[in-house]
Design a protein around this ligand. Sequence first.
Ligand code: SME
Length: 156
Amino acid sequence: MAEDLQIIKGTKSEQYEALIPQIKGLLSGEPNLIANLANTAAALKEQFGWFWIGFYLVEKDELVLGPFQGPVACTRIRKGRGVCGSSWEQAKTLIVPDVEKFPGHIACSSLSKSEIVVPLFKDGNIWGVLDVDSSDYNQFDETDQLYLEQIVALLS
Ligand code: SME
């Protein structure tokens, strides 16, 4: 396994296309979930420099903070609450161009301006979500959804 990430410049798609094989390399042969979530968060943070990126994992009727990169964050989110809990409840990716306009958004940091949350599926059940926050508005679109959904599928 290569521990050095090759960071590339280019379009968003080009960046994801270069990153995904490297994430596959990082995950290859490693069965430990926490190690894999941690390295995936670190790789995405290194390539894209987002304000916050990390995982929340389902525990009963709550999401609990998992491996992440960025400032300290809320530890528990109820199902249906905030963007993360809504993504879990609706079982779909949510793209939020302006977090202040999302009813019930949970502001772990006032610096977060836009957000994407991608559910993690295994055998039709959601076991967690990937949450990405940017300090700029309108930072996430269908391209992020496409590639982030591919990346989280590697983790299930
Ligand atoms: N904003 C999220 C909470 C998690 S933090 O952004 C890290 C939400 O509304 O669910």
